[in-house]
Unconditional design. Structure first.
Length: 264
């Protein structure tokens, strides 16, 4: 299955960001992609009040994503914010396309490196997978990357591909951690991993310098189920196409049966 990793820089305006999403999805479809993955916070970047811009899954922003998915005939995964019952918001992935629709609320919240996502965001509780052209795909978001059990849960649910939209925080060593963790999670669960980050907020942004909010460092990557990097972008916005072979995940699982050999 051909997939597209769509690395973008979100602004503070949801309508502008929806136009970016639509353009990237159309470009992905023109290149033959069957799945287009956008970053976390594709709707609006972090660092602004999220409550006023959050919309339900039947709201206009999500409908705009559905429209371009229907227009192109491919499945789209994009990060947005939806209202939560307790007055906070949920950090939500909308996955929509010809095969159906799912949504995932980020389980692990980024209360780390001086940032407290849980002050404004309510955690999700469900492990979510969906089928795209017969390939089972698991959904995860950004800080989830530090929790291998979620990716093993995807594999236990039949997934051979996990997608990870992110808006990775910059700071000392953070980009190196990103590069390490995306490979480790693929290897832990013997899944393909499509990690799609927000591009760096400025062309000359230094990923070693922290920002007030996690606005992205780029370096989206497609990782094979053996932990090898198959393709990677730099810090700037871009579109990365790659091929995912579920049979390769099965071959790796036969050779290195870490899922079967678990004792804990």
């Amino acid at each position: 299955m051909r997939i597209a990793l769509c690395q973008m820089t979100s602004s503070t305006e949801p309508k502008e960001n929806l136009a970016q999403v639509a353009d990237l999805v159309r470009r992905a479809a023109a290149e033959g992609a069957r799945l287009a993955v956008l970053p976390e916070a594709a709707m609006v970047r972090f660092g602004v009040p999220l409550g006023p811009v959050a919309e339900p899954l039947d709201g206009p922003w999500a409908d705009g994503v559905r429209t371009v998915a229907q227009e192109t005939g491919i499945t789209v995964v994009a990060g947005m914010f939806t209202p939560a019952p307790d007055g906070r918001v949920a950090n939500t992935l909308l996955a929509t396309g010809p095969g159906g629709e799912e949504s995932y609320d980020k389980i692990h919240l980024y209360d780390a490196f001086g940032f407290r996502e849980s002050d404004t965001v309510a955690p999700g509780e469900r492990v979510v997978t969906l089928d795209v052209d017969g390939v089972r795909v698991g959904l995860a978001t950004c800080y989830d990357l530090r929790f291998p059990e979620l990716f093993r849960a995807h594999a236990d649910a039949g997934a051979t591909l996990s997608v990870l939209p992110a808006s990775w925080g910059s700071g000392p060593g953070k980009r190196a951690q990103w590069d390490l963790l995306v490979r480790a999670r693929a290897l832990d669960a013997t899944v393909w991993l499509a990690a799609v980050g927000q591009a760096a907020p400025e062309p000359d942004a230094d990923p070693e310098l922290p920002t007030k909010a996690p606005t992205g460092v780029g370096h989206s990557a497609l990782i094979g189920p053996d932990g090898t990097v198959r393709a990677r972008l730099g810090g700037a916005p871009g579109l990365l196409l790659g091929e995912v072979d579920p049979a390769e995940a099965e071959r790796v699982r036969r050779a290195v049966a870490v899922l079967d050999n678990r004792r804990l």
